[in-house]
Design a protein around this ligand. Structure first.
Ligand SMILES: NC(=O)c1ccc[n+]([C@@H]2O[C@H](COP(=O)([O-])OP(=O)(O)OC[C@H]3O[C@@H](n4cnc5c(N)ncnc54)[C@H](O)[C@@H]3O)[C@@H](O)[C@H]2O)c1
Length: 340
């Protein structure tokens, strides 16, 4: 039985409570931690964790209860202060994306993960879906011929994005808080890492955000496959799904994910209608339970999870290279953000 301390139980952390308690034979709460008493009380009521195992800091919790793992669901700028002490205490860590808000903090966290006997996994719920596996298989098998390029268009009206407002004050909220999902998803779908990126990001004075909320990027993925990314988290019009709309253009057809369907269209001489329904696409939040299952399985089997920090660095490299590309206007290699 894995004894878990969850740090951050308000905001998105509240969605983790049922995910953890849904596995009574495998995981249990050693304690709950939050600086906000209201969030702590609500989480304690929901989970049945007694008041004596509710704390205001990880240090306080570690002085009172025994635990095997930490689930980190605090804002990215706070991740390092939670993850590094947990790893130093030899505990396993499952953290929400992104690893951290800055390159320096990310490096220190990854380094702490290397030095610890504990496992460090990033919960990238997007890639833990059957449709993602199927998309990748079809691409890897050249079902529609050689892959030409892929597009991912994301638009959403996140004007009130979270209750605490940290995203409204931070740098690059789109890229750091949302696009990291899509970058990791692109790697999962294509089975390829990114080599470089060029593009720009921008903001407008009525967005309500201090940092850039829209971006247009072109990644060069391995095998010279371009991945075109367009993101806008404060779009006033019809949104895409949380995953975005995704399309792989291949030699003999296209593979398209438009929630809730994965569709394949084969090239014909006439303009195409419809297409072949490959499978239904699961609701994004389903991926959280799948990511948690992977965390438990990796610990039980003493292996690295799919989204271990070592793998996730490739997605973080896409993020930091994209930030640099947008800030400098230059094409940026992902390489210098790897090998932490
Ligand atoms: N996977 C997803 O789809 C998804 C969705 C939303 C958020 N997230 C991630 O979850 C994390 C948290 O985001 P959020 O939206 O819940 O933020 P939030 O600000 O809404 O909530 C964070 C919670 O952490 C608490 N907290 C803050 N600092 C703390 C500290 N030092 N110690 C203990 N508790 C502290 C706050 O009181 C609050 O209850 C981020 O990494 C974010 O990227 C992931």
């Amino acid at each position: 039985m894995l004894r878990i301390l969850q740090v951050g139980v308000g905001g998105y952390g509240s969605t983790w409570l049922d995910t953890v308690t849904a596995r009574p034979g495998q995981a249990t709460y050693a304690g709950l931690i939050d600086v906000d008493d209201r969030a702590l009380t609500a989480a304690a009521t929901q989970t049945g964790v007694p008041a004596e195992r509710c704390f205001h800091s990880l240090a306080e919790a570690l002085g009172h209860v025994e635990a095997d793992a930490v689930l980190c669901v605090v804002p990215p700028a706070v991740h390092e202060s939670v993850i590094v002490p947990a790893l130093e205490a030899g505990m396993h860590v499952l953290t929400e994306k992104p690893i951290a808000h800055s390159l320096e903090a990310t490096r220190r966290i990854v380094e702490a993960g290397r030095a610890s006997p504990g496992l460090l996994m990033i919960s990238q719920k997007g890639r833990y879906h059957p449709w993602v596996r199927r998309f990748r298989e079809l691409i890897a098998a050249n079902e529609l011929g050689r892959l030409n390029h892929v597009t991912l268009h994301y638009r959403y009206g996140l004007f009130q994005w979270g209750a605490s407002g940290f995203r409204h004050r931070m740098d690059d909220p789109l890229l750091v808080e949302m696009s990291i999902h899509h970058f990791d998803l692109l790697r999962a779908l294509l089975g390829r890492n990114a080599l470089s990126v060029a593009g720009r990001s921008w903001n407008w004075d009525w967005s309500g955000f201090a940092g850039d909320v829209a971006a247009s990027l072109v990644f060069a993925m391995e095998d010279e496959v371009p991945a075109v990314y367009e993101g806008n988290c404060v779009s006033a019009g019809e949104p895409t799904s949380w995953y975005g709309d995704i399309r792989a253009e291949c030699e003999r057809g296209t593979l398209t994910m438009r929630y809730p369907r994965l569709i394949m269209q084969r090239r014909r001489d006439e303009p195409m209608q419809g297409g072949e329904h490959v499978m239904d696409v699961t609701e994004p939040q389903v991926g959280q339970a799948a990511a948690f299952a992977e965390f438990l399985a990796a610990i039980a089997e003493r292996r690295a999870p799919e989204t271990a920090a070592a793998d996730n660095q490739h997605s973080m490299a896409m993020l930091f290279a994209a930030v640099e590309a947008c800030h400098t206007g230059a094409s940026c290699s992902t390489e210098r953000y790897l090998g932490v």
